[in-house]
Design a protein around this ligand. Structure first.
Ligand code: 46X
Length: 333
């Protein structure tokens, strides 16, 4: 089987990307944030207090003839940005891009934190990291990808995110028309439950390539590219009037400045993914006439995060590997 679904930026800063998902019988429609940095499929629901809702679509299990509550099961998740949600668990039919997962764990929110409430465009998440970090307790559940994997023509999914334009998540196949050149594969360390890999280094504009192992995760659920301070300082020291503005929350640049490209190395054959300078500006920072940089410090997070700013420049293959060794494939587009 194969699936293909269009994913769209939720606002003019490409802050997150949603895609349509149907749950239940008859189908209940949702717009969910596909997140390769977490592993819970959760939705706003009839259990979510009305003062925590803001127009989101809600899942009502009692209206689905195929919903079954998983008795005694619950979930509770916290994200790196401080947001959180929790609730009860059902199994139900979940359809994404023509692909149907019967008996998929659907985590119904009985509470959500403020940032989810205020993001009216998003009805919840589809976690696409590894099932080893799914939060359902006492019986951990599988992600949508793991649930449908046995039925897929190939055990892969791909992300093709775009700047201010619809992109695509495909399941079970690689669309050769979606990228240029070849795909460079690199091994994944999933010991922490993420799509972890090591980039071979970086390059600012047309400067020399700086060889430096940068270990991080490919995370569609994070907006920014979060890298070590030496990389971030090297980039912004090449931008006139860039400043690390704590009131803005990081590095800002003059909005009218053309920015250098930023490239990062992948694989052991010298391949690089180049983010055009235009994608390194995320728009008004909220203070002065400065704009917020797409590259920021990973600081004290403990891992580097190749979020949407980086992924937007690539066609990315999340390959769980038929022999158990997962890998990431990177291609330009
Ligand atoms: N913080 C954070 C984060 C992450 N690293 N991946 N996905 C995240 N979120 C999904 C919805 C809210 C935050």
């Amino acid at each position: 089987a194969k699936g293909s679904v269009v994913t769209t930026p939720i606002n003019s800063e490409d802050e997150a990307y949603d895609a349509p998902v149907s749950i239940g019988t008859p189908a209940q429609p949702f717009n969910l944030d596909f997140d390769t940095g977490s592993s819970d499929l959760w939705v706003f629901s009839s259990l979510t207090p009305s003062n925590e809702r803001n127009g989101q679509n809600i899942y009502t299990a009692s209206r689905s003839s195929t919903a079954k509550q998983l008795s005694g099961e619950s979930w509770k998740i916290s994200y790196g940005d401080g947001s959180s949600s929790s609730g009860l668990v059902y199994s139900d039919v979940v359809t994404i891009g023509g692909l149907t997962a019967a008996g998929q764990a659907v985590e119904a929110a009985s509470r959500v934190s403020q940032s989810f409430t205020s993001e009216s465009a998003t009805d919840g998440l589809v976690g696409l990291a590894f099932s080893s970090i799914n939060t359902v307790s006492p019986d951990q559940q599988t992600t949508f990808f793991d649930t449908v994997k046995p039925s897929l023509a190939s055990p892969v999914f791909t992300a093709d995110l775009k700047h201010q334009a619809p992109g695509t998540y495909n399941f079970g196949f690689i669309d050769k028309s979606a990228f240029t050149g070849s795909i460079t594969y690199t091994p994944v360390d999933n010991s922490q439950g993420f799509w972890g890999f090591t980039s071979t280094g970086f390059q600012v504009g047309n400067n020399d390539f700086q060889q430096e192992s940068i270990t991080g995760i490919a995370d569609t659920g994070t907006t920014l590219l979060l890298l070590p301070d030496d990389v971030v300082n090297a980039y912004y020291s090449s931008v006139n009037n860039a400043q690390n503005d704590q009131s803005a929350g990081g590095f800002t640049v003059p909005c009218d400045t053309s920015l250098p490209d930023f490239s990062f190395g992948v694989g052991n054959n010298g391949a690089m993914i180049t983010i055009p300078g235009s994608l390194m500006n995320l728009g008004p920072s909220g203070s002065g006439n400065s704009c917020f940089g797409g590259l920021q410090s990973s600081g004290t997070i403990g891992t580097n995060i190749f979020g949407d700013v980086a992924l937007k420049a690539a066609f990315v293959v999340f390959d769980s590997g038929s022999q158990g060794q997962p890998q990431l494939g990177w291609a330009s587009k």
